[in-house]
Design a protein around this ligand. Structure first.
Ligand SMILES: [Zn+2]
Length: 333
């Protein structure tokens, strides 16, 4: 059976709920983001199914996860999260939850049971009152595993911060190169949000290899006002970065961090270049003094941001990357 068959639109769910209720089956309802499915999810959904005859899982949409959890989440898009949840034997039907709270869906289907996994008290659930008002029950399932998607992500982050054991004797970091992205590393496409349009500029791969070989750390500092203006999402931005990092990674080039400003010009933030916010933050994160921090970019804003933070700047627009690298290497000598 294709798990996709369990994924129902709201209208399909209306019919499904009606027929299950007509057959005398008790419906249970739960919801969540299920970003990285782990043992705690599987345990709680199985326990939830034991409390009812049919279990509905409403999976938070990408937009709602971004709102209530973290704008950088989810990792896995909603279509795939729903598919994974639908693949579990304990789950009978899956739908998307566009709101941050499940109340509208609870009132739409009036399941006999509203079930949540976690450390809540049943009385603390905000929708509990409304569920009891229509005659439903609220159940909380205590976690049987000490895990969460956030912990898994944290673990991955910690691992990626560790040097590979065989590289333990690698050269000490001699400095930091902050790289503008659009127009410096990749061809400038206005409001770029399509990973297939990522085109690394000539000389960039070889140049980054040289900088890295010279013991310099690499990071990106990028203005992305398209996010603030609503032209594309943070997820689109991440997808573009992923395409770039995959290509650089295949050549052994490691970008240590990506700083970005998602604000629009009108917001007058302190991070958007030509302001120095991102550069200052990077120098602090990497504990690099300004004398050993270099900024490569293609625009006046890049140069001004670097200068405002007190580090040396190199203009490296199309065709100028190799020369910019030579300049930095000569400063290092
Ligand atoms: Zn900003």
């Amino acid at each position: 059976m294709d798990p996709g068959a369990k994924i129902l639109s709201l209208e399909q769910m209306d019919q499904w709920v009606a027929s299950e209720k007509a057959a005398g089956r008790r419906i249970g309802f739960t919801c969540g983001s299920f970003d990285l499915l782990h043992a705690g999810h599987v345990q709680y959904l199985a326990a939830a199914r034991d409390l009812c005859d049919r279990l509905i899982v409403a999976v938070n949409s990408d937009a709602s996860v971004g709102r209530y959890k973290n704008p950088l989440r989810p990792i896995v898009p909603e279509r795939e999260r729903m598919y994974v949840v639908a693949g579990l034997a304990a789950v009978d039907a899956v739908t998307v939850l566009e709101d941050d709270r499940p109340l509208s869906l609870l009132l739409r289907w009036k399941p006999e049971m509203y079930i949540k996994g976690g450390d809540y008290k049943a009385d603390d659930l905000r929708s509990g009152e409304d569920v009891r008002a229509y005659g439903g029950k609220v159940e909380v399932i205590r976690p049987g595993f000490d895990t969460s998607s956030s912990k898994v992500i944290e673990r991955i982050g910690v691992l990626s911060a560790h040097a590979e054991p065989e590289a333990a004797s690698a050269e000490a970091v001699r400095g930091l190169v902050l790289l503008d992205r659009d127009g410096t590393l990749i061809r400038n496409v206005p409001f770029l949000h399509d990973p297939s349009k990522v085109e690394i500029l000539p000389g960039v791969i070889e140049g980054l290899e040289k900088l890295q070989a010279a013991g310099l750390r690499l990071a990106i500092v990028s203005n992305q006002q398209g996010i603030g203006l609503g032209y594309f999402t943070i997820q689109d931005f991440i997808a573009v970065n992923q395409a770039l990092l995959r290509e650089l990674g295949s050549r052994g080039i490691r970008i240590s961090k990506i700083y970005f400003c998602s604000h629009s010009l009108a917001e007058q933030c302190s991070c958007r270049k030509p302001a120095a916010g991102m550069v200052i933050r990077a120098m602090r994160d990497f504990k690099t003094p300004r004398e050993q921090t270099f900024l490569m970019g293609d625009s006046d804003e890049d140069m001004q941001a670097g200068a405002a933070a007190g580090c040396r700047t190199v203009r490296a627009g199309e065709g100028g990357f190799a020369a910019g690298v030579e300049q930095i290497i000569s400063w290092m000598a």
